[in-house]
Ligand binder design. Sequence first.
Ligand code: PEP
Ligand code: MG
Length: 749
Amino acid sequence: MHSPAIKQVLNIFKQLRDIDSSVSDQGEKITEIMRKICLLTDAESVFCYSVADDNYLELLADFGEDIPVLKKPRIRFGEGLIGEIAAKRRLINVENFNFGSKIALPGENNPEKSFAGLPIWQWNRVIGVLAIVKSSPIGNEIDILQNIAMFLAEILTSPQMGQYRQDLRKSRGIGSKERLRGISLNKGYGLGSAVIHRRLQSVTNIFAEDKQKEKQLLAISHRQMVEDLDNQLNETRLGLGEHTEILSAYKMFAKDKGWYAKIVDNIEAGLSAPAAVERTFEDMWNRLSASSDIYLKERLHDLRDISDRLLSYLSGQGDKKTPDIKGDIILVAQSMGPAELMDYEYERIRGIILEEGTPTMHVAIVAKALNIPVLAKIKGVFNEIQAGQTIAIDGNDGFVYVNPSPHRIKEFALKIAESKEERQRLAALREKPCVTKDGIKIGMYLNIGLPLDFDYIKETNCDGVGLYRTEIPFMSSESMPDAAKQFSYYDDLLSRCGDKKVIFRSLDVGSDKLLPYWAYGGEDNPAIGWRSIRITLDRRAILRTQIKAFLQAAAGKDLYVMFPMIADYKEFEEARETLFLEAQRQQKRGCAMPKNIKVGLMIEVPSVIFQLDNILPIADFISVGTNDLAQFMFACDRGNPRLLNRYGVLSAPFLAVLKKIVDKAKFYNVECSVCGEMASNPAEALALLGLGYRNLSCSGAMYGKIKNMILSIDCASLEDYIMSLSGSSRESLRSQIISYAYDHDIEIY
Ligand code: PEP
Ligand code: MG
C-alpha cells in the first residue's frame, strides 16, 4: 500500500497524464500543466522556460499573475534567478523577493513573496527551468515541482515540441532556426528523420501504480546486468591481465548496495523503476559533480555508464540501441565514437550531426567509408532538433535544415540523385586499368574496417586492401574476440580478396578508439598516451593471439602484417620478432603456414622518419598514416573541431616530410604507400602522386573519384609542378594544386 503522500503524488501524475493524453495542442498542454501546478502548490504564478542554446532560455509557458522580471520571452544564462538556476544548475528557494528589481534579486520590497525554481533535467543536461511564486514560504511544494519537472522533461523533448517552439518564436518575431550551421567533417547530402543518440534511455513511464512490480522488474534487470558483467569480466580476464582490477571496481559499483537501495527508495516514493534509476543518477550527479575530490568525480563516469546500462536492461533492450523510427535516419549526437555508430543499422543512416564536444575524426572516417555526410560543432542542436523531425543535411556547405520546406526537400532529393548518378559514372571505370596518361601504373588499394566496406572489394576491382583496421571488429564486439573469432574475421576478408594483397594492421586501440569492454585508466593525453603498439607490446598476449589468427587465416597465401604508431626502431624490431617467433611456434606445431610473411609499419610518428635508415633495411613495406602524422607534426589534436583546417597537409613542410619518406623508401627499395585520409581526397592524392607515391589506399566511397583523377594525369609534368612548390611559405598550397588540376583537365571534385 502506498502512503497518503505517495497516493497524492500518484494522483498528481494521473492528472498530468490525463492532460498529456487529452490535450493535443502543445501550447495548451503546457499551459494546462502550469495551471495545474498553480492549483497543486497554491502558487500565484508559475513559469516554464526551456533552454534555447548555450546562452539563452526561452519562455515556453506561464500561468497566473504577471511578474515582468520573470516573464520574459528570453532570459540569458546567469540573468536573474531564472538564469541563475540554469547557469548554476541548482535549485533556488528564496523568501522576501523583490520583483520590482529589473533582474529579480532578493530584496525588501515584497516581504510577502517567495520564489522557488529548479532545473528541468534530461540525463545530466539542463533543458529548462520550472519556477513558482507564492505569498508564503515554499517547502513541500519543491517535491511536487521536482516530480513535475521529470514529467515536463519528456514533454519538452517530445517530437511535437519542436513545431510548437518554432511557432512560438515566429509569434514573438524571433527568426526560427530553420537552418543551422556546422563544420563539415564529411561531404554529401542527406535527408531523413532525426534520431537522437543518447547514452541514457528516455523514461516515458515515470510513475507506477504497482511498486511491488517495479521492484521486481528492478531486481530481475539488475541481476541480469550484473550476471552479464560477470561474464564479460571473466572473458576479459583471459586476455587483459591487470585491467581486471579496474573492471572489478566497475562491477563492484554495479553491485553497490547503497546505489541499489537509493533506487528502491525512489520506487518506494512512487517512481517507476526507470524513473527511479534516473532520479538516483541525477541526485548523485548533483552531489558528486560539485565535489572537488577527483576520485569521486571520476566515479561519475561509472555511475553514468551503470545507470545507462541498467536503464537498457529495464527497457528490455539489454545494451543494444535500436531507433524506433522507420526509414532513413539522421543521427544527432553530443559526440560519438565509431563503435557507437555501428550500433545502428548504418544502411539507414543518411547523415550525422554532432553538437559541440569532441566529435572524433574516427567517426568521420567511418562515416566517409559509408558515404554519410557529417556536420560537427552545432551549438544547441538538441534544442533545435527533436526526434522524428525531418532533417536535410548539406555536408558540402555545412548546413542543417530542420523541417525543410517541400521545395527544399525536392532540391535535396535532386542533389542526392545526382550524387548517386556520379557514383555510377565512376563505378563504370572499374574495368579500366589504373594507369596515368604517361603510362605509369598506380597501385590502388582500399581501407577496410566495417563489414560494409567489404562490398567495395568487388565493386572497385582494386589491387587489394592497403589497410585493414582490425580494431573495428574488436570495437563492435561485446567482449575481446578470442583467436578463433579473430580467425573467422581474417579468413572471411582473405577469401573475399582471392589473390589480392591484404595488409592487416595489428590492433590500433586507445585514444578515441576505445574498446567498450575495456576500462581505460583516464589519461590526460590519450592521443599520445598508452595506445596502439604501446599497448600490444606491453600486453604481448593480445598481440600474439592476433598474430596467431593472422597466420592461420593466411595459410597458403602471402601474409602482410603492419604495425601502427611505431615511434622507434626498437618497437618495430620487437613487434617484428614477436611475429616471427609466433610463426616459428606455429610451424613447430605443424600448422599450415603462409607462403610468405611480409612485415611493415605505419609512418605516423615523426621520430620514426629520422630512423628510416635503420628501419627500412628490416621492413618489407611502409604505409604513411597521414592522419596521425599530421596530428603529431603540427602538435594538433585531430579530433578537436576547433583546430580543424588550422594546419594543412598541403603545406610545404608537410609535403617535404612526405617527400623525404617516399625518397628513402625508393632508396631502400621498400614498397611505400599512403593509407591516411590524404589518399582519399582527390586534391591531396594528386599532390602525393606528384611527390612520387605510386600506391594509395583510400576509402571505398572515394575510390572512383581518386581513380578518375589518376586516369587524367601526366605524372612527369605533375612531379615537376609539385617540386616547384617546395619551399613556399604559404599556409596551404591547395589553391595552386586546384589551379593546376583545372589547367590540365584533371577532375578533382
Ligand atoms: C592514420 O593515422 O593516418 C591512419 C591511417 O590510421 P588511423 O586513422 O586508423 O589512426
Ligand atoms: Mg593512425
